[in-house]
Design a protein. Structure first.
Length: 115
């Protein structure tokens, strides 16, 4: 399985970005999908998760600003990021969990928020 993430870039504080991540290859059934991020010098942290049934979970730092969604037919997960802050600057990684084959990670897309 390969994950191709896109949508990162440079944006001013208060702006918006939309990330997407499409999975391709041999996929049995995707359970949860999510986004994580890692800022320089920090550990990777959860940003948002979405279950197969649509239930979502967000980090406290992004709740109310970010929105995760998925398109099961396209094996794609999205992250809409609004009201971006400089502290949101990080490499963003997508993740999918396949019920048969386990967890897969994308290579990351860089989000930079200038003040």
């Amino acid at each position: 399985v390969q994950l191709q993430a896109s949508g990162g870039g440079l944006v001013q504080a208060g702006g918006s970005l939309s990330l997407s991540c499409a999975g391709s290859g041999i996929i049995f059934r995707i359970n949860r999908m999510g986004w994580y991020r890692q800022a320089p010098g920090k550990q990777r942290e959860l940003v948002a998760l979405i279950a197969s049934g649509g239930n979502t979970d967000y980090a406290a730092t992004v709740k109310g600003r970010f929105s995760i969604s998925r398109d099961n037919a396209k094996n794609t997960v999205y992250l809409q990021m609004n009201s971006l802050k400089p502290e949101d600057t990080a490499m963003y990684y997508c993740m999918i969990h396949d019920l048969r084959y386990g967890e897969y990670w994308g290579s990351g897309t860089l989000v930079t928020v200038s003040s």
